[in-house]
Design a protein around this ligand. Sequence first.
Ligand code: ADP
Ligand code: MN
Ligand code: MN
Ligand code: MN
Length: 337
Amino acid sequence: MSVSKLEYIWLDGYKPTQSLRSKTKIEKDFSGKLEDLPNWSFDGSSTEQAPGGSSDCVLKPVFVVKDPQRKDAYLVMCEVLSSDGTPHPSNGRALIQDDDNDFWFGFEQEYFLWDTKTNKPLGFPPGGFPGPQGPYYCSVGAYNAFGRSIVEEHLDACLDAGLNVEGINAEVAAGQWEFQIFAKGAKEAGDQMWVARYLLERIGEKSGVAVNWHCKPLGALDWNGSGMHANFSNGILRTANSKETFEKICEAFRPVVKEHIEVYGADNHLRLTGKHETASIHDFSFGVSDRGASIRIPLYAVQHNWSGYLEDRRPNSAADPYKVAARIVKTVKSAVI
Ligand code: ADP
Ligand code: MN
Ligand code: MN
Ligand code: MN
């Protein structure tokens, strides 16, 4: 007989930003397969997901990987269902209409490593500020790179778990970093991103370092905010061979700016100012290689005879990749080509 630790992970019901929750279930002789994972329940009245009088919510496993850092353990990403078995209103994954995995997503997750004692990013002296932005992006050396051991441990953990992480880099602000995750299938991309976020949070716990997902944690000061650019394609984009098709799909985003911004992360007006390689939250624009546009058409697509993918640069670091993907899938499918 073997005993496994199953870490059931889900998103709580806090608004406007949901957080990760998890608890451990001990299971005997678990096969390692998703279909053998039982549903479980939790107290939704403690997570803003149910009233106290009928507090049970259901955890439905949807994605499982081996826990890269604990013996005989698995990480089990779950959807939250209401007690009647329907998707809970906080369940963004259930909104994704991509059952044939036609949509591929690459998310570029930026974040700050945050010192819980100083309540500042790593690398910020307690009473003030480090030197201005410039030397930190892709930096090397102890004067400019802060928290590398955590970032490296996170990368190894993601790879050991089998997540499709594509790279990491130090970002423009001190204490700010990025990792990228790519997956074929909108749901799987969201699952992988949430498990990667979970691993980063858990690794930081060991040294009292939190992850600050807010898109503008240093406010209006002249420090970069954090984004989560969403690169996406479907079969039509990947095989378009047509500038017109790319433009029609981009144009489908124009009338639904509000609906997209609603799920692109809290406080995005602080980040989408038109400065720091962003477009204004009030505008909609697209352009080849344009990092000041809402949607960038990568040079890759032009060089491949107008086939490839698009980059929506507006989602921020705190956005739920499930909701971002669900909205993008919906808009792309609405384009009349
Ligand atoms: P940037 O120049 O914006 O920093 P990156 O190289 O960091 O670009 O990220 C580009 C992203 O695009 C990667 O995450 C990659 O996985 C993703 N990507 C590449 N091809 C496709 C595709 N066909 N569909 C969806 N995403 C893609
Ligand atoms: Mn990038
Ligand atoms: Mn970046
Ligand atoms: Mn990008």
